[in-house]
Design a protein. Structure first.
Length: 311
């Protein structure tokens, strides 16, 4: 290992990276917590951190021992206090990581309809909180084609999975006798809102710009380096990038959903970032890794200052 890459190597593959990230997250969350319900958000963030470790371990997305994706997700989430308030949308990162688990399990599987059903069931549950995530359905079917799990059976398994939570919900409202009003409310939630970026505050705009810059550069560079990976890993990384692009597009078209979709972008983008920094060591990654860490640190200080001292 070249001397110039030693710092990147130690951070990307070291055993202390995740414990340090956990300590930072606890300190930040403790200093910004205003309501006890934010502890639920912290617990779900911790669950997402664990699922990233399991996802990488189970499917060997990164062939080097690393906890960098989990550390990046945890740190970036903690450094954005405007994401800490509890809403139903805080379940989305956990649900989407579960979707990735199910989709990756369907890779060339003989009985792929079962994991596909589970993937779309989780998507349906997530859409109860944020209905526009259903716009990602075509992208998931495209990803299934790349994963070699798309067929007539899995197509209808996906439709059944999406419909399952809505059948229970509609049955409940039918029992209460307010089915018509519930359907009107549900349909109204799918109407697109005007694109208005002025609703984003300064913390959201700065956080979005910095995180998107880091994730996009890492995703492009990671995609360029996937020729060294085996076929299965390349396909799974492409699936990540397809969903990442879909979420980014949805975020740009519906900025009022920023707080709901931004954690998804962090969760999915953490894996390409970890893949790049843990497996690629050259002059570009040496410079960009240091610059990315500096940007993340400055972002954390800026958001903490705005959250604690701005009135």
């Amino acid at each position: 290992m070249a001397i110039r890459n030693r710092f990147q190597y130690e951070v990307a593959t070291g055993r202390m990276t995740l414990p340090v990230a956990i300590l930072i997250a606890l300190l930040v969350w403790g200093s910004t917590c205003r309501e006890w319900t934010e502890l639920v958000s912290m617990a779900l963030c911790a669950a997402g951190t664990y699922l990233l470790i399991e996802l990488n371990t189970t499917f060997a997305l990164i062939h080097t021992r690393t906890t960098l994706p989990s550390a990046l997700f945890l740190t970036l989430y903690a450094f954005c206090p405007f994401l800490h308030a509890y809403t139903p949308a805080v379940w989305l990162p956990v649900l989407f990581l579960g979707i990735l688990f199910a989709l990756f399990q369907s890779y060339e599987a003989f009985y792929a309809s079962t994991p596909v059903y589970h993937a779309f069931l989780l998507l349906g549950l997530g859409s109860l909180a944020i209905p526009p995530v259903l716009y990602l359905i075509p992208l998931i079917y495209i990803a299934m084609g790349d994963l070699r799990s798309f067929s007539a059976r899995t197509f209808f398994a996906g439709l059944v999975g999406i419909a399952t939570p809505y059948l229970f919900l509609l049955s409940y409202h039918l029992y209460l006798g307010n089915l018509e009003s519930a359907c009107d409310t549900l349909l109204s939630s799918f109407r697109p809102m005007p694109i208005d970026y002025s609703i984003l505050n300064l913390e959201q705009a700065v956080s979005g710009g910095i995180v998107l810059l880091i994730i996009l550069i890492c995703s492009v560079r990671s995609l360029m380096a996937t020729y060294q990976e085996k076929v299965q890993t390349r396909i799974m990384l492409r699936t990540l990038l397809i969903l990442e692009a879909g979420i980014l597009l949805l975020l740009l078209l519906q900025p009022h959903l920023f707080n709901a979709l931004f954690p998804l972008l962090i969760a999915l983008g953490a894996l390409p970032c970890g893949h790049l920094f843990a497996q690629t060591y050259n002059r570009f990654t040496r410079i960009f890794f240091g610059a990315a860490l500096l940007l993340i640190l400055m972002l954390g200080l800026f958001n903490l200052w705005m959250h604690l001292f701005s009135f």
